[in-house]
Design a protein around this ligand. Structure first.
Ligand code: NOJ
Length: 557
């Protein structure tokens, strides 16, 4: 164990606002590691790979929902918030994961899903049984329909996964689901819902988790007059927003998080929240991270940005300014389990591509240059990890994994595929199980066929194939994470003049000065004056190179 890791291991629950600079690794549990050989990842699988995460050099893991779930939406349909899905393990496994991670100096963030439950949740089952007007129904959003016999939905709202956001039950009422019909929305006007979630937070805080990632944090509060949206837009995951939208990013949602902050602040150990809120106005996003609310929020504008120097610089400046206003750190994200992996987004032949526009995904017929995509992805991570604030790494990006764009239709499991009438393939392509070894039935993921098939050429991208190999993407990430921890922890950012199509900035930190140069164009650019190359995403020429090739990035001191 390195001495930094061992220091943290001595006392994993204290630290100086660790979440301001942390690198957090996202574990999509179904696809990380399968210890029990059923083809689906599990808690024991994560435990077995904790040493890998320690050696990678991350500060924390965020584990996607592990609760009992019918898996109508990959676990984001929770049937019981205080237990573990048997496919993933037991509560004892969760406890062991928390303890073992802490022993290795890794913090654990769990996913909380407050906007909706599964339709198999006891509360929803009770709501169905109890009928209109009951206290059981009042925990969800049930309404009468419109039209003479109430046969029309109460509003024109669309589900984010396609189709109407309302489903009718046999007694004639309709219930709201902003996502799949198997995910009924809670009624956050009901104090019982508020109390229940504060209690769920305590349940996991008592078990030692270091924080929560809050699912669709910007959707909990609905306009109580239930107005029509008046648009046919069915955009997926990238909604409208602002205080006047009937359900996205309403001002009232903040009162929920002020309550949550009071709960988490009663616990020692610097625990933290991160909001998942697709809010594209950085000023409105920053409201979630005011001092009495959440500690951090994902900055999805970085995910949305194209591989374009001006756009990225603008995004960086605006995000940092907005976060600074409220005293919060910025976060940086390139990929997650909902968007096309960035090695593939950046592989689009159209140079301006790379961002995630409204629900847009790379499709099987999109013209791609995978080598270019990987080259840019390697440069992008030096940009991401060079910035001040906290950063997220989505499992497999450290291997340079691309999106699997050609999964056979019969294996597609994302509800978007069915709900869109087979128009949109959905998010399975970024959820394919990780390759750990170059051989075996699931490339070391487990002993059985994985729940989604892995491309054969992923053998060469496996952890074992890249470990210790100079210049491999895995080693690039390891070096970057080590250098970041040693040199880039604190301190602001200062832009330097640089040729068009490139970004060059200086970080002055207590540990020294680092320059980060990123060339987003095709022609080589001249590097600023420096002493030593710390790390490069591309091979450089000569002992003291003066140029950085296209689509490359370098850290200098
Ligand atoms: C955001 C999650 O990341 C996504 O996977 C899920 O489908 C929706 N929220 C609904 O819970």
């Amino acid at each position: 164990m390195t001495s930094a890791a061992s220091d943290r291991a001595q006392d994993p629950t204290t630290g100086h606002e660790w979440w301001r600079t942390a690198v957090i690794y996202q574990v999509y549990i179904r696809s990380f590691a399968d210890a029990d050989g059923d083809g689906v990842g599990d808690l024991a699988g994560i435990r077995s790979r904790l040493p890998y995460l320690r050696d990678l050099g991350v500060d924390a893991v965020w584990v996607t929902p592990f609760y009992p779930s019918p898996m109508a939406d990959g676990g984001y349909d929770v049937a019981d918030y205080r237990d573990i899905e048997p496919v993933f393990g037991t509560l004892a496994d969760a406890d062991a994961l928390i303890t073992e991670a802490h022993d290795l100096g890794i913090r654990v963030i769990v996913d909380i899903v407050p906007n909706h439950s599964s339709d198999r949740h006891v509360w929803f089952q009770a709501a169905l049984a109890a009928g209109p007007g009951s206290a059981e129904r009042a925990r969800y959003v049930f309404r009468p329909g419109r039209g003479p016999d109430g046969a029309e939905p109460p509003t024109d709202w669309h589900s984010t996964f396609g189709g109407p956001a309302w489903t009718r039950v046999p007694d004639g009422e309709w219930y709201l689901h902003l996502f799949a019909p198997e995910q009924p929305d809670f009624d956050w006007e009901n104090p019982e819902v508020v109390e229940e979630f504060e209690d769920i937070l305590r349940f996991w805080l008592d078990r030692g988790v270091d924080g929560f990632r809050i699912d669709v944090a910007n959707a909990l509060k609905k306009d109580q007059s239930f107005p029509d949206v008046g648009t046919e837009d069915e955009s997926v995951l990238v909604p409208h927003e602002g205080p006047t939208h009937p359900f996205w990013d309403r001002d009232e949602v903040h009162e929920v998080y002020r309550g949550w902050r009071k709960v988490i602040d009663t616990y020692a150990g610097d625990r933290a929240f991160v909001a998942e809120a697709w809010v594209d106005d950085p000023g409105r996003l920053a409201l979630y991270t005011r001092p009495d609310e959440l500690h951090t929020a994902f900055n999805f504008n970085f995910v949305r940005a194209a591989w374009d120097a001006d756009e990225l610089r603008r995004t960086i400046d605006v995000s940092m300014a907005a976060a600074t206003e409220v005293g919060a750190p910025t976060t940086w994200v390139l990929s997650n389990h909902d968007v096309t992996r960035h090695a593939t987004r950046y592989a689009r032949l159209d140079r301006t591509g790379g961002g995630v526009a409204d629900g847009e995904r790379v499709r099987p017929d999109t013209p791609l240059d995978p080598e270019l995509g990987l080259r840019r992805a390697r440069a992008a991570v030096l940009l991401l990890l060079g910035l001040p604030g906290s950063a997220y790494v989505y499992q497999g990006e450290e291997l340079g994994l691309p999106e699997v764009v050609d999964l056979p239709e019969e294996v597609l499991a994302d509800p978007i595929w069915e709900r869109s009438g087979h128009r949109v393939r959905g998010r399975d392509g970024c959820r394919v199980p990780l390759p750990w070894e170059p051989a075996g039935p699931s490339l070391g993921f487990g002993s059985a066929e994985p729940w989604l098939p892995q491309p054969a050429d992923w053998a060469d991208l496996s952890v074992q194939a890249q470990q210790g190999v100079d210049g491999s993407t895995l080693e690039l990430y390891r070096s970057a994470l080590r250098l970041r921890r040693e040199l880039l922890g604190r301190g602001g950012l200062e832009w330097l003049d640089s040729p068009a199509g490139s970004l060059v900035f200086r970080r002055r930190t207590p540990a020294g000065e680092v320059l980060c140069a990123v060339n987003l164009g095709t022609e080589a650019i001249d590097l600023p004056t420096y002493d030593r190359v710390l790390l490069s995403s591309v091979p450089l020429e000569g002992d003291h190179p003066h140029q950085l090739p296209g689509d490359g990035a370098v850290w200098l001191t």
